[in-house]
Design a protein around this ligand. Structure first.
Ligand code: NAD
Length: 457
């Protein structure tokens, strides 16, 4: 469904009116297109003294074709925020290694770095702060200072505007070499609708990755692939090189076949809630492919009613599709050894699972359960070299959200730092980042794709 308000605000007169009335001003987001450079301009890389990530980061940026700007360049941005006074070239990204900060007094280094650069970021620019996970810090003071980084990044996400995003990446000691897939994702237009997130990276062996086709040779199953977000996930994973198995209910057979054909994959018609679904799926994968590398649990339903009016079947069907069927399928595929080392389990939660939502007790319970699944399974699967993560979409422009009442839909679109709804491709690209072989150290994460929604923030 088209966002008529955003289309109007992007016209000359629309922009003038929106600004004069102080209305939400949705920026045009820079989304990934094949062949795009990683960063559309120079990138400023800074570090607090003693940071352990600044060198590994520089070593990744150079070969990726990213130009690191010279910190001795004049640091004052033009006060009116425009180019052209010759004092400050616009930066595509501001990257800061904060791992050297060991107490609260040291947080001043953040101000010293970001203050002079605050107005020097390109539209759709990126801010990424790297820290040490508080639970891995040596002293309470260091843990306190590292935890404080969240407040900075979330506020920058709300403050810098013009389509820019800000994230905090906690890199565990020993995981310095595992950051590349995350750095690439966050710098690129693939993360256009991800902002205000905290991502954790654990130590892991990362294989050689072809960054143009990271999923070459991988088998990926996408549930609920006949339409909406699932269809886009199938498309993006296929574009990244995966052989896609697209699954949906038999009633969606025609649409499913279309998606599967379009991505050069295969279709499986199966209702995930039938008792024999996990076994049938396992047999199918064993016969056709011998394994499954990437499993995207995208199928989901809503059956909204306030709790007092909810019927048992509405409760049961939502819990069954959105959560229990995932557990049953995971169990069977893992028991049969069909998911090898390097495997990726990816769930689709929702900000409703974080914030709760009136009329969605069943849905929010199921989506919070997906988060529980990620957190409880991650340590167990780490022993087998398998990662498990989830996306939590906010307002995404799909048939699901097109059916919302108009006022609610408008509120959903505007109540985030980017003042617009996301697109299915934004969710799909985030899933593709989790799926990458380069993301071996990315596990136990729930990343919101919500434009930094105010709900549950
Ligand atoms: P959608 O309704 O357009 O697509 C869901 C697909 O899942 C459909 O093709 C449907 O046939 C399939 N499906 C449902 N039950 C199934 C079953 N028993 N077996 C197999 N397939 C089944 O929904 P969407 O908007 O594309 O959402 C995809 C996922 O993203 C869902 O899990 C949803 O809860 C989640 N999500 C969406 C939004 C949003 O704004 N659209 C926000 C947060 C989370």
């Amino acid at each position: 469904m088209s966002d008529r308000y955003a289309s109007f605000a992007h016209t000359g007169p629309g922009r003038a009116l929106v600004r004069r009335l102080g209305l939400p001003d949705p920026p045009r987001l820079r989304r990934y297109r094949p062949g795009d450079p990683l960063a559309h301009g120079p990138v400023r890389l800074g570090a607090a003294p003693g940071g352990r990530l600044v060198e590994p980061l520089a070593a990744l940026l150079h070969p990726a074709g990213v130009q690191i700007s010279d910190p001795s360049e004049p640091r004052d941005a033009s006060p009116n925020g425009r180019d052209g006074d010759g004092r400050m070239p616009r930066q595509a990204a501001l990257l800061y290694d904060a791992t050297g900060i060991t107490d609260s007094a040291g947080l001043r280094a953040l101000f010293d770095f970001f203050h002079p650069l605050a107005r020097a970021l390109h539209p759709s620019g990126r801010v990424v702060v790297f820290g040490t996970p508080p639970e891995s810090c040596g002293t309470p003071r260091e843990a306190t200072a590292q935890r404080a980084l969240e407040g900075l990044t979330r506020s920058i996400g709300k403050e810098f505007g013009r389509g820019s995003t800000a994230q905090l990446v906690y890199v565990a000691p020993g995981a310095e070499r595992a950051v590349e897939s995350t750095l690439r994702f966050l710098l690129s237009g693939r993360s256009a609708y991800v902002s205000g997130q905290v991502i954790r990276i654990s130590p892991a062996e990362v294989p050689e990755v072809d960054w143009n086709r990271p999923l070459d040779g991988r088998i990926a199953l996408v549930t609920g692939a006949a339409r909406g977000i699932g269809a886009k996930v199938a498309e993006v994973l296929a574009a990244d090189g995966a052989q896609v198995v697209a699954l949906d209910v038999p009633a969606a057979g025609d649409a499913l076949a279309e998606v599967a054909n379009a991505v050069g994959g295969t279709a499986v018609q199966l209702d995930l809630t039938t008792p024999d679904a996990p076994l049938r799926l396992a047999d199918h994968l064993a016969d056709r492919h011998g394994r499954l590398d990437v499993l995207v649990h995208n199928a989901g339903i809503t059956r909204d009613k306030t709790l007092g009016r909810m019927t048992p079947d509405r409760w049961d069907s939502v819990l069954e599709v959105n959560l229990t069927s995932q557990e049953r399928i995971n169990e069977v595929l893992l028991d049969r050894g069909l998911i090898p080392r390097g495997g990726r389990l990816i769930g689709v939660s929702s900000i409703a699972g974080i914030a709760g939502n009136r009329g969605q007790t069943n849905y929010a319970t199921s989506k919070a359960g997906v988060i529980g699944l990620v957190h409880s399974m991650a340590p167990l699967l780490a022993e087998r070299g398998i990662t498990v993560n989830a996306v939590a979409p906010g307002f995404i422009e799909t048939r699901m959200t097109a059916r919302m009442p108009m006022m609610l839909r408008e509120a959903g679109r505007r109540m985030n730092s980017l003042a617009q709804g996301g697109l299915p491709v934004d969710v799909a690209q985030t899933i593709a980042w989790f799926a990458s072989p380069g993301s071996a150290g990315v596990t136990g994460n729930v990343v919101r794709v919500c434009g930094q929604s105010l709900l549950g923030a």
